[in-house]
Write a protein that binds this ligand. Structure first.
Ligand code: KIV
Ligand code: ZN
Length: 518
């Protein structure tokens, strides 16, 4: 059976990065874009160029480095945004401008435009974008709550003005599968010129239906799915790339559509996005959760041993998890480490391998067996060369006899500084020491500890979320010593807040860009 191609449009770096706390550094954005390009994503929405210098630079650089993927930037419905977007994406082999405006009654009220004024704005801005770039995507934000007649009218205007892709966003996650399919189907059947463009679906997950709604839209005629890795995104997130891609792959019998995604790269990018965004993947998350391929009950384990298909509809290898997991130990050498990392999907340059090898030896000295998950945590360790604050050493006194005390040395902007601080427990003492050495006004919003693998010598992954004047940043780190992991995660969050601070003078924060200028 020949299958229709469905384009995968990934917006992890734009809609995903918009989720509160998900801040990525410039280097991390470039790295994620490269992984997306390598895995076969058709269109990468790399950012919102008008939002900040940082976003503009990231989109430009991603455009320059792109290999196969089309690189897209977001722009509100005004010439300034569109020009800035073009300046950033024009370096790509295949650039795209994505411009949008909220068309539902609630969204029309924000820029205070009546229906005719908004229609004119859409005509003018799409025409402007098309004069710059021959690949233009247009989105009526909150399409699923826009009056049907008006939606048809504005979609027709955008097509006539030169849009090549029409995206129908379910901005607030309001629609349901049958309605999602019908909406796309009816638009294609009704709007003049609809056959000459690609219809896209962009679903949010407020009711937990984003993936189902996206797949239904494809059945209705959409040929582009907008999604993010791990479903990252505002509020409850977006359609998850891994879910739609695997659903299309496994249920090709009822959904005969194919994507160009190399699914074996899914697990690697999922883990990388979890680390750099600071949004850990829930254990029971479809496809990429830690438990997605774990079988605990006797009946399930017995069935699995006899025939894996009894309780699995896909193989772990299909998404890039190695089937067998032989742990490494302290006698394993560089070659074994390289081979294991290659098996896990990492192709490290020699200097990166050396760094990981040093960390591996250090871990293997403290831990009998180093499992795949331990190795991934090592590869993803967050000590970026861009960090202003670094942990040099930490010694903590804790136990039943208080007060708990932390002796700490930090390197701040290249200079070593040290202090001793007490606190209500070892973690509190540690955080107080950081605060004494690097005073800041950020508030701790979340502190979470998880074991990476089993056993009392398991590495702990610590996640810390901090807030300062409305800016939120998340830090993460892993170590066999929970207090050391906590210190590193806290410092990682501070470094990320410093990055946000640099790029957030008024009007220059992605999360602060108002849709009012539409
Ligand atoms: O959810 C939404 O409507 C968006 C638009 C900018 C496409 O993200
Ligand atoms: Zn969105």
């Amino acid at each position: 059976m020949t299958k229709d191609k469905v384009l995968i449009f990934d917006t992890t770096l734009r809609d995903g990065e918009q989720s509160p706390g998900a801040t990525m550094t410039h280097a991390e954005k470039l790295e994620i874009a490269e992984l997306l390009d390598d895995m076969g994503v058709d269109i990468i929405e790399a950012g919102f160029p008008i939002a900040s210098e940082g976003d503009f630079n990231a989109v430009s650089e991603i455009a320059k480095r792109s290999k196969r993927a089309t690189i897209c930037g977001l722009a509100r419905a005004n010439y300034k945004d569109i020009d800035r977007c073009w300046e950033a994406v024009k370096h790509a082999g295949s650039p795209r401008i994505h411009t949008f405006i909220g068309t539902s009654p609630l969204h029309r009220a924000i820029p205070n435009l009546d229906m005719d004024q908004m229609a004119e704005r859409i005509h003018d801005t799409v025409t402007h974008a098309r004069n710059l770039c021959d690949n233009v995507q247009w989105s009526p934000m909150d399409a699923t709550r826009t009056e049907w007649d008006y939606l048809c009218r504005v979609v027709e205007i955008a097509i006539k003005a030169g849009a090549t892709t029409i995206n129908i966003p379910d901005t607030v996650g309001y629609t349901a599968p049958a309605e999602s399919a019908e909406l796309i189907h009816k638009l294609i059947a009704t709007v003049p010129g609809a056959d000459d463009v690609i219809f896209a679906t962009h679903c949010h997950n407020d009711l937990g239906m984003a993936t189902a709604n996206s797949l239904a839209a494809v059945i209705g005629g959409a040929r582009q799915i907008e999604c993010t890795i791990n479903g990252l995104g505002e509020r409850a997130g977006n359609t998850a790339l891994e879910e739609v891609v695997m659903a299309l792959k496994i249920r090709g019998d009822i959904m005969p559509y194919e994507t160009g995604i190399d699914t074996r790269k899914i697990m690697n990018i999922s883990r990388r996005v979890a680390t750099v965004s600071g949004f850990a993947v829930q254990f029971n998350k479809a496809i990429v959760g830690k438990n997605a391929f774990a079988h605990e009950s006797g009946i399930h384990q017995d069935g699995m041993l006899k025939n894996a298909e009894t309780f699995e509809i896909m193989r772990p290898e299909d998404v890039g998890l190695s089937g067998t997991s032989l742990p490494l130990g302290k006698h394993s050498g560089r070659a074994a480490l390289r081979a294991k990392l290659a098996e896990l999907g990492f192709d490290l340059a020699d200097n990166q391998l050396n760094d990981v090898f040093v960390r591996f030896k250090d871990l293997a000295d403290r831990k009998k067996e180093v499992f795949d998950d331990d190795l991934m945590a090592l590869v993803y360790q967050n000590d970026s060369g861009e960090d202003r604050v670094k942990l040099k050493s930490l010694r903590v006194v804790c136990g039943t006899e208080g007060p708990q005390e932390a002796d700490m040395v930090l390197e701040i902007d290249g200079t070593d500084v040290k202090t001793s601080a007490t606190g209500d427990g070892p973690v509190d003492a540690t955080f107080n020491a950081v605060k004494a050495l690097f005073p800041h006004g950020a508030r701790l919003q979340l502190y979470q500890v998880q074991a990476v693998t089993e056993g009392t010598d398991a590495q702990a992954t610590v996640m810390v979320r901090m807030e300062e004047e409305g800016r939120i940043a998340t830090g993460q780190s892993a170590d066999t010593d929970t207090v050391v992991a906590s210190a590193k995660a806290y410092i990682n969050a501070i470094n990320r807040l410093l990055v946000r601070r640099e790029h957030s003078s008024p009007g220059y924060d992605t999360k602060g860009v108002s849709y009012k200028d539409n």
